[in-house]
Design a protein around this ligand. Structure first.
Ligand code: ADP
Ligand code: MG
Length: 676
């Protein structure tokens, strides 16, 4: 049977070298790959409509009797038309037209009943169908598969190749999913699944097949993710003896929210277990994740160990360093900062202090990942704005120590399905409560004609002592998009009484820092910036976020930007400026104006863009899913995840004969991602 799956396409009946090449283009070099090329969708012929009941403008099957088949007529453009009239027992009629098909007269016989598959449209009060597929009643397949197409390879060609491949399938097929797991989760066998995904007799058969194949896909993915991490939950880690959270809460200038307390308690409990913590703290922008991270660092450090926190940008690393050191230094904790922009000498000092243990908390950017950054007793590794890092970077930080506790924080509220998939083996704490006194940010979408009014609105707030951000997509004026440089000049003319600063990614790190510091100290009223302020930056006195060319950004990014305001007790505003008319952009703006719930926004984003684009394929480094649907397969995902965990616990390398099939699939799937 292995040989069938490995068989090159060209050896399949009906496939010559030309077609084999086209199949190759579709990513199908072998018969095995062909069987795993699942239909994109189906034509459902199994429950045909009557003419009157058929929905308009939607592809569907209609059962009707042919009444007359007209003689060919020619349109002015030379197209040959054949009109067929059909009726059904309700007495409704359907006008059907075929183009350039002289065989129709010999294929459709008056008085016989057919199923016609196509879109019914209404014209001058009559129901019509153009160029439908058709089959004599009683002879048709229940569901016809529609395959992804490539030029020169129609769905029918794929269908017949698949039929040939299915014919060759042996009676007993070795199933990568062991029988015990199949039984436990009521999954059908591989052979049944392949037959019914390609040639289902009805919807149920297809669903049964689909569920099994989705389970298999997610199981293999989870197995791969879990073993790639190679971090078994059985290994022991640094045990925290003293839960001193209560003395940490006393250090804070505010009292923690219930959700913050819960998240910190959960994390500390993990670290007390003696096994490595692996936890994702998920909370909407402004929910106060930093305090939870600080709490965990505090506990670890009071227990005589070290912690490290990695942030995706220089600005954010500086900010964390500033707030964590002012919070923790009074408790006698030494905090250090490491970014790429430090002078060599400073770097050397920080590294030495981390290595000899005199530095208890090190904050930094990915500069932390270099080999010569070492610790004496590193027990806790924290990644902030987790989704900004690739899988590899996350892992590299954890490799600084032997099974350290790992905490990752994400302010992009990731839909739960996606979180489970990407961070398969993480426990999740959700901070679902904002600090008290926050007001909802009011969001408006305007066109550029109202820009001046919006700017005066900002000015009014500046007069009251507040601050504002303006986001432009471009840095200099080469592009037709609003640019930081031009905008800043113009703004100085329009609002001469406001102190205006500008910030972008091409500035030197020390300049960026200075500007951010000035803004945070209130020496700048309005900060014109690119999206470098997008993640994490915290200036509670800022109340306006004005975004130029708002159509440029995805929903999650807009939400992140908006999250820079509304961080204090002042009423805050987000103003989206766009002249874009396209429906997709308008839909995004609508979502922004209607909701401020990050999870709702993330779900919408997933819907509008699809999971592949959600973070950008490269950022999370996951393979494209073939059949599982993250919007609907949450239960399947959970089952698969559970199964993956217990499988690996029982057989970490999947060496048992019963698990070899799965192991082979994992290897195949991850061939491209982990070259290790
Ligand atoms: P995020 O979850 O987006 O990382 P931060 O940790 O930056 O949020 O916190 C946002 C702001 O809220 C900060 O100014 C922080 O000091 C403040 N904050 C956090 N927790 C509380 C709380 N329990 N009460 C009042 N303010 C809080
Ligand atoms: Mg943050």
């Amino acid at each position: 049977m292995h040989s069938l799956f490995a068989k090159p396409m060209i050896e399949l009946k009906g496939v010559g070298s030309k077609r084999a090449e086209l199949f190759q283009k579709l990513g199908v070099p072998t018969v095995g790959a062909l069987l795993r090329l699942y239909p994109r969708t189906y034509e459902d012929w199994s429950q045909p409509y009557t003419i009157a009941d058929a929905p308009l403008d939607v592809s569907c099957a209609v059962r009707a009797t042919a009444e007359s088949v007209g003689a060919p007529v020619f349109s002015r453009s030379g197209l040959m038309l054949i009109h067929v009239c059909a009726f059904d027992e309700d007495g409704s009629t359907l006008d059907i037209v075929f183009f350039n098909n002289s065989y129709i007269q010999s294929l459709i016989h008056t008085g016989k009943i057919y199923l016609f598959y196509g879109k019914v449209t209404m014209s001058r009060g009559r129901r019509q169908m153009a160029a439908p597929n058709f089959a004599e009643d009683g002879t048709c397949p229940g569901m016809r598969p529609i395959y992804p197409q490539t030029k020169g390879l129609s769905t029918r060609v794929v269908e017949s190749a698949v039929r040939e491949a299915l014919r060759l399938l042996p009676e007993t097929l070795r199933d990568p999913i062991p029988p015990q797991i199949r039984n436990e989760h009521s999954l059908c066998k591989l052979g049944f699944a392949l037959e019914n995904i390609h040639q289902p007799k009805d919807r149920e058969g297809m669903e049964v097949a689909r569920r099994r194949l989705a389970f298999e896909e997610l199981l293999v993915l989870q197995l791969g993710l879990l073993s790639m991490k190679g971090r078994s939950r059985k290994k022991s880690s640094f045990r925290i003896e003293d839960n001193c959270l209560s003395s940490f809460w006393k250090l804070l200038p505010f009292s923690p929210t219930g959700a913050q307390k819960r998240a910190a308690e959960e994390a500390v409990r993990d670290m007390q277990s003696g096994l490595p913590m692996n936890r994702l703290i998920q909370g909407d922008v402004g929910s106060g994740k930093t305090a939870v991270a600080a709490a965990c660092c505090f506990v670890v450090i009071q227990n005589g160990m070290q912690a490290v926190l990695m942030a995706p940008t220089d600005i954010l690393a500086h900010q964390h360093f500033a707030s964590l050191s002012s919070l923790l230094e009074p408790a006698g904790i030494h905090v250090g900062l490491l970014t790429g922009s430090l002078k060599a000498k400073e770097k050397g000092q920080v590294k030495a202090a981390a290595a000899d243990g005199s530095l208890q908390l090190l904050v930094g950017t990915h500069a932390l990942l270099t080999k010569d950054v070492q610790f004496r007793k590193l027990a806790l590794v924290i990644t902030d704005e987790q989704h900004r890092f690739g899988v590899g970077q996350r892992e590299a930080l954890a490799e600084k120590s032997q099974n350290p506790h790992v905490l990752v924080m994400s302010a992009t509220p990731i839909p739960r399905t996606l979180a489970l998939m990407i961070y398969g083996d993480l426990d999740i704490s959700i901070i679902d409560e904002l600090p008290p006194g926050r007001q909802t940010i009011q969001t408006y979408c305007i066109d550029s004609g109202k820009r001046i009014r919006a700017l005066h609105f900002l000015q009014k707030h500046v007069h009251r002592g507040r601050q504002a951000y303006i986001i432009c997509p471009a840095i200099d004026s080469d592009s037709d998009k609003a640019s930081v440089e031009t905008y800043t000049c113009r703004l100085r003319q329009v609002l001469p009484d406001c102190r205006i600063g500008s910030l972008h990614g091409r500035m030197k790190s020390s300049e960026k820092e200075k500007i951010m510091q000035d803004f945070s100290d209130g020496c700048i009223d309005i900060l014109v910036s690119t999206t470098v302020v997008e993640v994490g930056v915290d200036v509670p006195n800022a109340v306006d976020m004005l975004i130029e060319n708002a159509e440029q950004y995805g929903l999650s990014q807009l939400h992140q930007l908006r999250g820079r305001v509304g961080r204090g007790s002042y009423q805050s505003y987000c103003i989206l400026i766009t002249d874009a008319q396209n429906e997709e952009a308008r839909a995004r703006m609508r979502v922004m104006c209607e909701t401020s719930n990050g999870f709702v926004i993330a779900e919408q984003d997933l819907k509008l863009r699809g999971p592949g684009d959600f973070f950008g394929q490269r950022q999370h480094g996951l393979p494209q899913l073939q059949i599982a649907d993250l919007n609907n397969d949450l239960d399947v995902l959970k089952d698969a995840q559970q199964t993956a965990r217990s499988l690996l616990e029982e057989d970490p390398a999947l060496e048992a004969p019963a698990h070899r099939g799965l192991r082979a699939e994992v290897r195949q799937l991850f061939r491209n991602i982990s070259e290790t």
